[in-house]
Design a protein around this ligand. Structure first.
Ligand code: HEC
Length: 92
């Protein structure tokens, strides 16, 4: 019985972890997954295409779609904020 209970707890942990993805780390994810096609210099080049926060978010979504990672909205947002804080600096 005790065993069964902890099994249920484990499943619950997994379920909540997956939807909230609290351990998503934007910097780490970016380093491992986002530097395959371009490095971070595209964010600071003179003719960069992204010129607002909403456009940054849709670009992140597009690149995520190319990657096939299917990130959750929360993760897209932290990735967008990470890029904005470090490279783009758009006002919020
Ligand atoms: C499948 C290849 C590929 C991967 C992987 C990829 N990107 Fe991109 N990304 C592109 C291409 C192509 C462009 C457009 C470059 C250009 O216009 O010269 C681009 C452009 C961008 C830009 C806009 C740069 C600008 O001009 O302001 C951002 C922001 C960006 N990517 C973020 C990301 C993030 C975040 C990830 C990881 C989730 C990622 N990319 C992974 C292909 C990729």
């Amino acid at each position: 019985m005790k065993l069964q209970l902890s099994f249920v707890t484990l499943i619950l942990l997994f379920a909540t972890g997956a939807s909230a993805s609290e351990d998503f780390q934007a910097e780490k994810f970016h380093q491992t997954s986002c530097t395959g096609c371009h490095d971070s210099s595209v964010y600071t080049r003179k003719k960069r295409r992204v010129n607002s926060l909403p456009r940054l978010e849709s670009q992140v979504r597009m690149c995520d779609a190319n990657l096939g990672k299917k990130l959750f909205d929360d993760d897209i947002h932290s990735l967008t904020n990470y890029l904005n804080d470090n490279y783009y600096h758009f006002g919020k």
